[in-house]
Design a protein around this ligand. Structure first.
Ligand code: SF4
Ligand code: MG
Length: 336
């Protein structure tokens, strides 16, 4: 049994301009202890996908299945889901200020979270645990910072507090949605190190959502690239970086800082499409440097790419030949 199993998930929102199809036929699994990176531009559906799995989307029409530890997340009651959130699934978001209560001291918030999940523990013991957790995530003078209000801490410190809360109950799964996007580069690296370290210590699986392939370069086992609400490529991390198939993945790679990547492709130009009226055929075709006639009329399914383990572990939704992987010759031949 997979830890998390999502099958044919579709999420649509009614809008005045028509149905907005935010998540389109997404299936994936996460195994215990594994790290999955979900990568795509903003508006690719990656956040909505995981929010839906957690029961945090409102007013949406949802079809498909999502199982966590064998339990059906989409049909359980809100109370059951609340029991899982925090205790079995921890979450950290881009902006801790939106998830931390501004009027309560951070230590109190950690204590309440621990107690809310039915851990039989005195307030005194929970406070001691909060201090221990703050120390654990690298907050200096934790016995004083435990009484700080969120606004008294830097962005990086607040994110550390969020990580401490998310990890307090040693969840089986940690969902991190752009946890470093609001932070400067040095702090970003420290926070990623911290997540990696805690993950190894606790043994949690991680779903890391990011617009930046660089963020998951160090920690993901598997990467799912999303575009316009749907998965366009799925592969082991090394395959994504060294033998990507989908032109969108190649574009994301070539936008990484020079030195990390050598590529003859330019970065992707243009904007992601409207999720209300998607382009015909391949949704990426208006931006794709390799577009062919077929791409304009037929939507490519997610299909197995040649090579790899031959076990379907490398899949791409693109009409380019299935052996057209890598950043090199195959691609240029297609272009010629
Ligand atoms: Fe480009 Fe065609 Fe592949 Fe879409 S299917 S990514 S348009 S080559
Ligand atoms: Mg987002």
């Amino acid at each position: 049994m997979s830890l998390l199993e999502v099958e044919n998930l579709n999420v649509t929102f009614p809008t005045p301009d028509g149905m907005l199809h935010a998540v389109r036929d997404v299936s994936f699994t996460v195994q215990s202890g594994q790290t999955l990176g979900i990568v795509g531009e903003s508006g690719s559906g990656k956040s909505v996908l995981m929010q839906t799995v957690m029961g945090l989307t409102h007013g949406a029409r949802i079809t498909g299945q999502a199982y966590f530890e064998g339990q059906d997340l989409l049909t359980m009651t809100e109370a059951e889901r609340r029991g899982i959130r925090g205790a079995r699934i921890g979450m950290i978001f881009q902006d801790p200020l939106t998830s931390l209560h501004p009027h309560y001291r951070v230590g109190w918030q950690i204590v309440e979270m621990i107690r809310a999940h039915g851990r039989q523990t005195s307030k005194r013991a929970a406070r001691a645990r909060a201090i221990e957790l703050l120390d654990h995530v690298g907050i200096p003078q934790p016995d004083q910072r435990v009484d700080a209000f969120p606004h008294e801490l830097s962005g990086g410190m607040r994110q550390r507090v969020m990580i401490a809360m998310a990890m307090a109950l040693e969840p089986a799964l940690l969902i991190a949605d752009e946890p470093t996007t609001a932070l400067d580069v040095t702090v970003q690296a420290q926070i990623l190190e911290l997540v990696k370290w805690l993950k190894d210590e606790i043994g949690s699986a991680v779903v890391m959502i990011t617009h930046d392939l660089g963020v998951v370069a160090e920690m993901a086992d598997t990467i799912m690239v999303m575009y316009a609400g749907g998965p366009v490529e799925w592969a082991q991390r090394r395959t994504i970086y060294y033998a990507p198939h989908h032109p969108y993945t190649r574009g994301l790679l070539s936008s990484l800082p020079a030195g990390e990547r050598r590529s003859r492709l330019d970065s992707i130009t243009g904007q992601p499409p409207s999720l209300i009226t998607l382009p015909s055929g391949c949704p990426f075709h208006p931006r794709c440097p390799f577009v062919m006639d077929r791409c304009i009329t037929e939507r490519p399914p997610l299909r197995q790419v040649a090579g790899g383990n031959g076990d379907g572990s490398h899949r791409s939704a693109c009409w380019l030949p299935i052996d057209a992987v890598g950043l090199g010759e195959h691609v240029d031949e297609q272009r010629a």
